[in-house]
Design a protein. Structure first.
Ligand code: ZN
Length: 259
């Protein structure tokens, strides 16, 4: 049976959904990913991980349903690279609120944003509350669980914890999912190593964050080291991601704010 909600006729869709249903909205991005990965990288990953994880969760008894992905989102950090199709924060904000309003009109009470692009994370945390307050849905947002900092520990090159864009993990993922779209002969390393020396300032998990656009780190559009990427490592990340998202959907289905 299909888990893609929009494959159903509207009356069947309403019958299929209940208070227990978990509706998953993948969010992609269409943005430059260096000279070696397709612009659709951040769309391919959440679409693939989402489809597999929803199947897995449904097989274990979670009434999980998938919406087609939103292809483009808040990729303004890649504005300097034509070919990036990016939305203003207000555009994606309004789009997600509209999805929330629409899902709230069905019997489903739970909406999950499965985010394929880090640039949306802060906005998603805010939109979770907006949709909760305005439409009463239980709202959640998460990544695909596939991003790891490259390092000797996982057989990759050292990215100093900064393999955030088109680097080791993302390139390996694409070698696993869509090798036909990857051109390793054009992969280049670009790691802003000097930033690793700051103790309080960094990309993720640091107490001080900073504004940036991807051209701040050089012309290649890469932040990380894709040169040692392998399909085998990508398969590991895919398995981890599917496992993580399926497990999270199980917890989300059981989650209630009050005991
Ligand atoms: Zn990406």
């Amino acid at each position: 049976m299909t888990r893609l909600l929009t494959d159903l006729p509207q009356p069947r869709l309403l019958e299929a959904l209940s208070e227990a249903s978990v509706v998953v909205q993948p969010i992609g991005a269409l943005e430059q990913h260096g000279p070696h990965l397709p612009v659709s990288t951040d769309l391919v990953i959440p679409e693939e991980i989402g489809a597999r994880a929803v199947e897995r969760a449904a097989a274990s008894g979670v009434d999980a349903w998938l919406l087609p992905p939103i292809a483009a989102s808040k990729s303004d950090e890649h504005h300097a690279y034509p070919g990036t199709i990016w939305m203003e924060a207000s555009t994606i904000w309004n789009t997600l609120v509209d999805v929330g309003r629409s899902v709230a009109a069905t019997p489903a009470r739970t909406l999950v944003f499965l985010n394929g692009h880090g640039g949306n994370s802060a906005l998603l945390q805010v939109v979770n509350r907006e949709i909760r307050r305005r439409f009463g849905l239980r709202t959640f947002s998460m990544g695909t669980g596939t991003q790891r900092a490259g390092g000797a520990a996982n057989g990759g090159p050292d990215e100093f914890g900064m393999g955030i864009h088109a680097g080791h993990s993302e390139t390996s993922l694409m070698l696993a999912l869509r090798p036909d779209l990857v051109d390793m002969s054009r992969a280049v390393r670009n790691v802003p190593e000097h930033i690793a020396a700051f103790e309080t300032i960094g990309f993720n998990g640091y107490p001080v964050s900073f504004g940036w656009t991807s051209d701040d780190f050089g012309a290649s559009g890469v932040v990380g080291d894709p040169t040692g990427a392998t399909a085998a490592y990508g398969e590991e990340l895919v398995a981890e991601g599917v496992d993580f998202v399926a497990r999270a959907l199980g917890e989300i289905a059981a989650f209630r704010h009050a005991a």
